[in-house]
Design a protein around this ligand. Structure first.
Ligand code: ZN
Length: 129
């Protein structure tokens, strides 16, 4: 009985299809969907604040970061946000850090249950301002 083998050169490793971005923390390249887009906004007091742009739709420059506290710490150490976002001076990462931590906790709780991006994230019905 001849065993038919289809020639498969599956040397295709985990190269993500689609757009790839570089994490400003660990400098690893990853698919856009695995990274969190971070933008700089000016808050009511005129202070620059880093905020996550989870829908990746906010205008302006964005930095890409793994939603991982380690990557956030690395990015801060290297002042990578300032460089990526063309901003000199201190940046408030409180909001971003909260999001990254929440994301890390959520992932840890989910375990191996990977959330598919079939449904859009939680949408708040709150009308802003
Ligand atoms: Zn990273």
């Amino acid at each position: 009985m001849p065993v038919r083998r289809s020639p498969q050169h599956t040397s295709v490793s985990a190269v993500p299809a689609g757009p790839v971005r570089t994490c400003v923390g660990c400098r690893a390249r990853d698919s856009r969907s695995s990274l969190l887009r971070v933008v700089l906004v000016i808050d009511a007091t005129g202070s620059p604040v880093l905020v996550p742009d989870e829908a990746a739709r906010l205008p302006g420059r964005g930095a890409w970061l793994h939603p991982d506290p380690d990557c956030l710490a690395l990015a801060q150490r290297r002042k990578a946000f300032g460089r990526a976002l063309r901003h000199a001076g201190p940046l408030d990462v409180t909001v971003l850090a909260t999001t990254v931590l929440a994301e890390a906790v959520a992932r840890a709780q989910d375990g191996q249950v990977a959330r598919r991006s079939g449904t859009p994230g939680p949408k708040s019905n709150k009308e802003a301002g």
